[in-house]
Design a protein around this ligand. Sequence first.
Ligand SMILES: [Zn+2]
Ligand SMILES: [Zn+2]
Length: 157
Amino acid sequence: MSTHDVAQQPARVDPSSWMQAVQGAWQAGGLRATGPRLRVLQTISRYRVPFSAEDLYAALKARRDDRTGRATVYRTLEQLHSAGWLARIHQQGSEAGYVPSFPGHLHHLVCTSCGVVIAFEGCALDELVARLAAQTSFAIESHLLQLYGRCAMCRDC
Ligand SMILES: [Zn+2]
Ligand SMILES: [Zn+2]
């Protein structure tokens, strides 16, 4: 799935397409897909809801054969986040978590009941940003937009 596919239809990021895309980007960027890095990717791809760095580290530790260090987990997460492969999801009453995402201008719908996250492209904030910049003389460089509610599965419960 490319960013383009997300634009056509707001959707949950497909874990296997995501893993493939990340590995392709690593290869293109000369970043070696070491065993620990791949285990981090695999573990991320199993989450159905936002996870924290400590969640991920604990999940890796739970596998007795795994010796992925905390520093590798944090560094890999930081790399994925800064390259746009992970989005930070802000949730009321709990720490921010990560979900797989794609580089580009994406935003997210978050279900406050089950935690499912849907990515979408296009947020139509340009007019508001231009008006605020004019009114406040801010050089506005970025923005956050996350929408909260109940997903199609949860809304009728
Ligand atoms: Zn839900
Ligand atoms: Zn936006």
